[in-house]
Write a protein that binds this ligand. Sequence first.
Ligand code: PLP
Length: 372
Amino acid sequence: MRVYLDNAATTPVHPEVVKVMTDVLSNVHGNPSSIHDAGRKARTLVEESRKYVANMINSSIGEVFFTSSATEANNMILRMTVKNLGVERILVSSIEHPCVMRTVEELANEGIDVVYIPTNEVGRVDIDFLENNLKQSDVKTLVSVMYVNNELGVIQEIPRIAGLCKEYSAYFHTDAVQAIGKIKIDVQETPIHFLSASAHKFHGPKGIAFVYINNDSQIKSFITGGGQERNMRSGTENVSGIVGLSEALKHYTEVELKKIAVLKDRFKAGLKKGVPGISFVEDKAPELFVPSILSASFPSTPKSDLMTFNLDISGICASAGSACSSGVEKVSHVLSAINFPSERRAVRFSFSYMNTEEEIDYCIEKITNMFD
Ligand code: PLP
């Protein structure tokens, strides 16, 4: 048996997504910018998808732009707020994805004041630290805090953080890659200026993502060219990918979310019973974590020291940290930020509604056997 528990790295494409994308690839070959019939057909599909995404986050259609990845979207927001909106300071959580971390590091080299917001032991950002920093100075500031952390699964207090940004007139960006589909997001209710998400994290295709840019905080294009996406993102639209993205979102309902939660609970209970000394990062406050991600902490043993390798041999795909750091024998910046004990071994298991109880039981048995 092979079991895929690395859904925070990427997810299998939903069969319905494959179907609609195949249909588009086979039958809709027009360029959405062309004004003839073939072009208009492609344009209609792109705009229907945009409408679906906009409805889901309660934005207007004109505030949603498709990009090639969340990495591109995050780069665009961080760099263009500096360039176009006069941002001189960025307050960023210390557990962001590398596509945010590396970008703010570069911006710091270019003279931007970058301040890292510390987190507590479960990975929640220190709100008092954030507020004190916002109070201290009135230079144009961008706050960037991810909705859900990809290594831990912790959910940040986004409505509160967004509220503080509004109070102190700062721009607010959230990387919602691990949250979209799993947490209800309403950009009218929560004052978010910029938000990013990526289709391959919710059973859509790789290489397509979207960015929400609030009408009142308009930036200019990061990629210049033919002026697609209303001048915001040049490059011929990835029509099948865009259709696949919106189709994938349609398959996240309460039923799927409940299923993921049941699988995680079963997995946790099984491991607690079978593995002496196991604990979970979320132990102190499991309600603050998404059901799709579980960060497990194993005692160090010859087998757990090579845990992801041994899991792979047993047919289980999981990750030592984020996808980007897996295979690298270095504690991730996220685990360092929460002071994860160096004598313990962290493994991220991440679930999807495509996993089954049989798969979970198989994994529990294999992992338990490693500690016999
Ligand atoms: N942000 C987070 C939180 C992620 O987990 C990832 C993917 O690993 C990304 C951004 C990057 O997304 P993409 O693969 O679309 O560039």
